[in-house]
Design a protein. Structure first.
Length: 255
């Protein structure tokens, strides 16, 4: 059933995204399998996957069955690893780690920065977005500036060309919806917006979450667990006010 209020363009975009998500999750799928999983006709999947192949986001990855058999061979599709790059960021009290991967998750380079380059009470390490010095910039802008400088260094370019998205995991309490670290007194004195400054610096969509939740989600999406995911994961942090740190992550079973 098509949700009310969606235009033809919205539906097309959603179906294209569905193809990419499934192929990314399962590694390689045939058009028939994609059509069944998405509830689309094979003809529709052929058209959409053809667009994604032409744009260089997908590539063919062999076929099933020996020659001479009746019926069509299954031609498998997979994400083309070098179609883009992703930036991963880890923020902890004692370091900021920046890494670049291809779309298959292969790590292309890593940089680690000390707290002085990003923490609220650090000494700063150069200009951040908008020309502010690292010392005087807002906390989120300081993180964004440190990530941008590291990304440019790793990509060996004046700007992070070819990057299609970024994710940031941070210790402490996080609101993923707004991309805000709500509480991490070991790094900042109060809530810090992280997604918006980083998206503005890199020019790509940014997702922000607690580092443990982000790690668990990566386990579900990028390892063998993706083929038979558990129903969910429960995280409990023991210690003072531990009840505030109990959360549940549902398994990404839906498209």
């Amino acid at each position: 059933m098509i949700p009310r209020g969606l235009s033809a363009t919205d539906i097309r975009r959603r179906n294209r995204s569905g193809i990419l998500r499934l192929v990314h999750r399962f590694g390689a799928l045939a058009r028939n399998d994609l059509a069944g999983a998405l509830g689309l006709t094979r003809a529709s999947v052929t058209i959409l996957s053809g667009e994604l192949l032409a744009e260089g986001l997908l590539e063919e990855a062999g076929s099933s069955g020996p020659g001479g058999k009746a019926g069509r061979r299954k031609v498998f599709l997979r994400i083309r690893p070098d179609a883009g790059k992703l930036i991963g960021v880890g923020v902890e009290p004692d370091r900021l780690q920046v890494l670049v991967t291809d779309l298959a998750g292969r790590v292309l380079g890593v940089r680690e920065l000390p707290p002085g380059d990003f923490a609220e009470h650090g000494t700063g390490a150069g200009p951040g977005p908008g020309g502010d010095s690292g010392r005087h910039a807002e906390p989120g802008a300081r993180v964004a500036g440190a990530v941008l400088r590291s990304a440019v260094d790793l990509l060996e370019g004046a700007e992070p060309a070819g990057v299609v998205g970024a994710g940031l995991g941070v210790t402490g309490r996080v609101d993923p919806g707004t991309g805000t670290c709500l509480r991490e007194p070991r790094i900042w004195a109060g809530p810090v917006s992280l997604a918006d400054p980083l998206a503005a610096a890199l020019g790509v969509p940014v997702s922000v979450d607690n580092n443990v939740r982000a790690l668990a989600l990566a386990e579900l999406l990028l390892t063998e667990a993706r083929k038979d995911p558990p129903a969910g994961l429960l995280f409990v942090k023991y210690g003072p006010r531990s009840e505030e740190h109990t959360s549940e992550l549902q398994s990404p079973n839906t498209i």
